[in-house]
Ligand binder design. Structure first.
Ligand code: AHG
Ligand code: MN
Ligand code: MN
Length: 356
């Protein structure tokens, strides 16, 4: 073959190869295996992709459809008003895993107790934890929202059907985690412990196609992302941190009201997202099992960090299914900077206590 023929073949093959890298294929490539476990993970990700496409389809036309936007009139276990899309998306994930033989239990923000799929339970040894719609307040104004998920192996037999094993393990027991961002494009970002990879939904194919492989978060970035309307409710250490970034060149604020969108920017470009404790919510707002821990898993895989201010997020063992934790997540150096203000405050408080 002549050099020119080689060049023509490469030109043709390369984009085709890229277009053929779908999510289930990528999982098998990453694991370099066709073992039963690799096949399971590939099938799991394929079902999550189906749920994502169904939710994306509904969101795309939400303003034109009856009974899609607005509230249901109910509140969830956290006392938050439930929207119609929250319930729709919650049900989509359940339906996507029915008769899959993969997932026996699902736990979500919208369900007080874990939900069991009985026909899967004899064989399905995986549990799906998820936030079906993250950033629900953005729905009615057509701004980005997301979904967050994590997959864990069921530990033990769960004979009493209360999923107690979920409350004995920290976030390092997650075997996969990711999110879907419903933005200008729909993107699915995931990790199975081999780095972070992003897929973009090609609506003409109805497939998620690999668009960014091995995403790395810079050690420092200019963005700080926090709801500064809560300033009056924060601990002095977080106020000191925000005063610091206000007074130094090189910082810029971005806050979209949906964790997935804010996190996505920081994952790709660096910086830090914070949801610290407040007077009204001393543990912060975000839930460990299906918000903070999956995103912490991704951030560590991309070279960043996630902390409560006192502990790494992935080391926290939950004491209840819907447990909340403060969250500081992003570039290594920026998380460390926030922590330095927390440690300084602790030192001052100890010195105060020590005074005669
Ligand atoms: P959800 O819609 O799943 O309840 O999550 C909302 C979360 C998160 O997406 C966002 O970062 C945060 O709430 C925003 O909270 P504030 O409005 O208090 O800033
Ligand atoms: Mn959420
Ligand atoms: Mn939600």
């Amino acid at each position: 073959m002549t050099e020119q023929e080689h060049a023509v073949e490469f030109e043709h093959k390369h984009p085709i190869d890229r277009d053929c890298t779908t999510l289930p294929r990528h999982v098998l490539q990453q694991l370099q295996s066709y073992s039963p476990e690799a096949q399971d993970l590939s099938a799991l990700m394929n079902r999550i992709a189906l749920a994502a496409k169904l939710i994306a389809r509904r969101l795309t036309r939400a303003g034109l459809m009856e009974d899609t936007l607005g509230f249901t009139g109910r509140t969830n276990v956290q006392g938050e008003a439930v929207k119609k899309m929250d319930l729709y998306a919650n049900q989509v994930f359940i339906s996507a895993f029915e008769q899959s033989g993969l997932v026996c239990r699902l736990a979500s923000e919208e369900m007080e107790e874990p939900y069991y799929i009985p026909e899967n339970c004899p064989v399905g040894r995986y549990t799906l934890l998820y936030d079906p719609i993250d950033g629900s307040s953005n729905l009615d104004v057509n701004i980005n929202v997301g979904s967050i998920f994590a997959i864990r192996r069921q530990e033990g037999e769960d004979l009493d059907g209360t999923a107690q094993d979920l409350l004995q393990e920290n976030g390092r027991r997650q075997i996969a985690a990711g999110y879907i961002l419903y933005g200008p494009s729909t993107m699915l970002v995931y990790s199975i412990g081999t780095g972070v990879h992003a897929f973009t939904l090609d609506p003409s194919l109805g497939e998620f196609i690999l668009s960014h492989e091995n995403v790395r978060t810079p050690d420092h970035g200019p963005v700080y992302s926090v709801n500064e309307g809560n300033f009056w409710q924060w601990d002095e250490s977080i106020r000191e941190y925000t005063r610091y970034v206000h007074r130094h060149e090189g910082y810029t604020a971005r806050y979209g009201g949906a964790l997935v969108g804010d996190f996505h920017r920081i994952l790709f470009q660096g910086g830090v997202f914070l949801y610290p404790g407040t007077v009204k919510k001393p543990e912060g707002k975000l839930r460990l099992l299906y918000e903070s821990a999956p995103l912490a898993y991704l951030m560590e895989q991309a070279g960043g960090r996630a902390s409560t201010g006192a502990q790494e997020i992935l080391d926290v063992v939950p004491d209840k299914l819907h447990m909340r934790t403060p969250l500081i997540i992003g570039s290594k150096d920026d998380v460390a900077l926030v922590e330095s203000f927390i440690h300084e405050q602790e030192r001052k408080t100890l010195a105060e206590v020590g005074k005669p």
